[in-house]
Design a protein. Sequence first.
Length: 744
Amino acid sequence: MPRVFDNIDLSLLPALRETLALSDRADFCVGYFNLRGWKSIDEFVERWSGGSGHCCRLLVGMQRPPQDDLREALSAIRSESYIDNQTALRLKKKLAEDFREQLMLGMPTNEDESGLHRLAHQLRSQKVIVKLFLKHALHAKLYLLFRPDPITPTVGYLGSSNLTFAGLLKQGELNIDVIDQDTCQKLSQWFEDRWNNRWCIDISKELLETIEESWAREQPISPYLIYLKIAYHLSQEARTGLNTFRIPRDFRNKLFTFQEAAVQIAAHHLNKRGGVLIGDVVGLGKTLMATAVARIFEDDHDLETLIICPKNLVSMWEDYRSQYRLRAKVLSISRVTKELPKLRRYRLVIIDESHNLRNREGRRYRALHEYIRENGSKVILLSATPYNKTYVDLSNQLRLFVPEDADVGIRPEYLLRHMGETEFIRRHQCPVRSLAAFEISEYADDWRELMRLYLVRRTRSFIQQHYADTEPGTGRKYLTFADGSKSYFPTRIPKTIKFAIQDEVPNDQYALLFSSSTVDAINRLTLPRYGLGNYIDERPKNPATAAEAKIIADLTRAGRRLTGFCRTNLFKRLESSGQAFVQSIERHILRNYVYLHAIESGEPLPIGAQDARLLDVRVNDTDDELFADEEDEQSHDHEPSISSFKTEADFRERAAAIYAYYADPMKKRFRWLRSSCFLTQLASDLETDCQSLIDVLRKCGPWEPNQDAKLNELYHLLHRQHPRKKMTLFTCDSQDGSLIEFNR
């Protein structure tokens, strides 16, 4: 009676190995052959001499996907299977590609590499000969082993196991051994008929080449060739853009070579993925490049353009629209919440200074996102500083045109390698090839791979190295305009400009700010909002719920290390400018009073971010939108804006309004914790800090810009010392800390 091998009670692999050990040749016919699975039996084949009569002949049946079989079975047209030389060559090439793909799956091990080395040697010495059966789909699984035994010279195994590790040992299969010699002889003849068929083609050479061209090759490839291959693949997107898109005639004498390349690459990204982020550093012409990309899509795809920009850039974009004949509308970003809902469809949207849209909970962000989604608009983002504090800054900008669960074509490989794909899916429940998956990764290499698909960014040093010419003698780098004139890269020489602080003048604003009393007041601050974990009541009257306990645990982990950074940032604001410092103090007092209002009213406290974002006072309560004095939006009663406060009553009145705004339209942006979870010391310390800072404001008085010595010195530099020179000024916005560029 034959034995049954189902890989449950009895596995096929041990029996096959036992028989191979006593055999001197073998014939295998399988539907699927796994190159790395060969190592489970290769040691027995290695002992054979090779060549006719002393080798393993392996017939692969060219197995088809189940959907192909179903399609043929349901087809109304029946035809005899027919194959020609061209079809045979195509199928042979396809199988070679399948084998290459096998070797790309999974993480290779040293054992895998050694096994593939042995398989390559056996193919080379004809200890293994592999043929591909092409006449028709062949799903047979047959293992015939021939041994020098006069009683049972042939042993067969017949069933469902392919020549893979899983098929021979792991997954459920059904096989039997065949010892009856008459049956073995018939099976052997069946194998010979197919082995010698006209459409059974030897692919041993192709298999050997596949291994020798893979990571398993015995002779290492030179680092230079590896570098060239990497460069070739990494530049594929750029080369496609350069070969596909033409620069409009209007721009051919206006763009430098590096700008033309950027335009063509950006056009490729925009066409392929629906959006692009042009992130060249300041001064390399992002505005002109975006205009050229827009013209390409207006000319070639009949699109119209909507340009969203800060209010101070509206006139500049109007000039570009007129000069380069864009069919475009220019809209200040401050008006998007009012204008976009009633605006007609624009299929291309340019967003200048897109880094201002890092917060996807903001009203402007939501308005833009909704407009782009409803109209299917392509998007060009412009920003010299697309990344600020976290990688989510990047994904939030991409989310304007990329749905969070859309397939972006790549995965966060470093994260998956660290966490494991199964654990990732179990824990996060999102597609691994999506923006949502990348947002979980903290690995820079993952984000570099993602941004490679969407970002065009070059630096001055890159331009100088690859596009600029060098002047003989001086060695200065320059670019050449179309008319032959040269534009030299400036030599940057840092200089310190000083301004006077007159301690003897009673009303000198900076003298008052830098006085010892102001410094001492900052040093004495308790800053309780940055250390809320220190104020948790360990024995509250009503124990914390599970959700509250999690919030409390986060406070305990994060809070204690933040107070020093907050104090440092206040000193940085003091060093930056008087106006920035006064504004920061006012905001700090106001936020304290928001907490005091909640405590005194018995209401829950709005808990904002308790992580690295708190290290900058501008976002320490996730409420930066509340304090923006924005044109055309100051009439919103529910979103109060900050002004000059004079008394405690002023602060308390405004804090109550802000708390009401937190608790209603912004409720989802916070976690909420009952005020009874905290010690009474929290209210005391908040009040003490408020009174100390109000004293500072009272002593300094309202800030007078016309008496700002630092601002006056800057004005003198721009308008008196260098009135006719091009100037670029960098500063940090006192509202959100972003790097701002001013050009003249």
